[in-house]
Design a protein around this ligand. Sequence first.
Ligand code: RB5
Length: 158
Amino acid sequence: MRIAIASDHGGYELKRQLLERLQDPDFEWSDFGCATEDAVDYPDYAEVVALRVASGEFDRGILLCGTGLGMCIVANKVPGIRAVTVHDAFSAQATREHNDSNILTMGGRVIDANAAETIARIWLSTPFMGGRHERRLEKIRRVEAHVQELAEEAGLQT
Ligand code: RB5
């Protein structure tokens, strides 16, 4: 599995620890920065990873910032990305089974490296269930592709 990873300064230390802990033969990591704890802007890093996952260059992405939230907001602007912020094991499994999420975001100021490793391992190894969930993903793609028409139909401006 090819995995793109990036962080801002708030997630840098957690990224460093995760990369140390998740050196399994099944995982091929590419680190897109940042490389120190100097302050940077999370959208720059989320954009790079999200575009590369959406293009198919990488199978999955992991983004780490202080909360996981800013990274998630940005990544979900890229069509084809289903990014999720996860800080518990149940959600890590459920979001893979139900949402086929392709980017995981976590907060370095929210959880420690032990919890993040557990969550990442579950998220990386759990397959999508398909079936009824595929229909729901189709509906996500419909919103993504037709947001302008859907807003017009509803009499809204975007
Ligand atoms: C940086 O201070 C912080 O805002 C960032 O890491 C992240 O938590 C944003 O959502």
